[in-house]
Design a protein around this ligand. Structure first.
Ligand code: SF4
Length: 189
């Protein structure tokens, strides 16, 4: 592991186990001390939340990093209220909800920085997440740590397959699952 430096504690919002692997590895290689935060009230249904949680437990055990699980705050109704009547722009509100909570936990925990595995995914609105993170952090003591983790996308997929962990096939919310299945549904006539 690279030599650590003052102010190196980073709280990483984690959307799922597969997305966390190369993000954690990369940040550690830079000398960061990583703690994960699993806060994803967007995930539907609850059984899916549990499967993704379990995959992250497996990754955290293999890579040996701590994770804060906000399971008591898994509240799909909160997510649905956030996006109601603004479904077209729902990802922005979904990101905001999760990053705001991450920032709060980071501030309370004395972390110097916060970031998200959402910056790893090629499926997400990368620039929107980067700008939102920076806006939320503002000039506060807890900075948003921006990295483009997407170049490790393929490596992350390979590693997650080699770990044998659950790999989801939709982003997380009920609408993203519907979009994923739309073709199958259309084929029904
Ligand atoms: S598609 Fe993904 S990022 Fe967008 S609202 Fe749904 S769960 Fe959130």
């Amino acid at each position: 592991m690279a030599r650590q430096f003052p102010g190196n504690r980073v709280l990483v919002h984690i959307c799922c186990g597969p997305c966390s692997i190369t993000v954690v590895q990369g940040l550690r290689a830079e000398g960061f001390e990583v703690t994960g935060l699993f806060y994803n009230p967007n995930i539907h249904p609850a059984s899916e939340y549990l499967r993704r949680r379990e995959a992250l437990v497996e990754v955290a055990a293999r890579l040996e990093f701590p994770v804060i699980f906000l399971d008591r705050e898994y509240d799909p109704a909160l997510y649905l209220r956030e996006i109601a009547f603004r479904e077209q722009n729902r990802c922005f509100h979904c990101y905001r909800l999760r990053l705001e909570r991450t920032l709060k936990v980071a501030r309370r925990g004395g972390f110097a920085r916060f970031t998200s595995t959402l910056l790893y995914s090629k499926q997400q609105k990368h620039d929107l997440i980067r700008d939102l993170g920076r806006d939320l952090a503002g000039a506060s003591k807890t900075a948003f740590l921006y990295r483009d983790f997407r170049p490790t996308w393929k490596k992350g997929i390979e590693l997650s397959k080699s770990f044998g962990i659950y790999r989801q096939d939709y982003c997380g919310c009920i609408l993203s699952e519907f979009e994923r299945r739309r073709r199958e549904l259309k084929a029904l006539g």
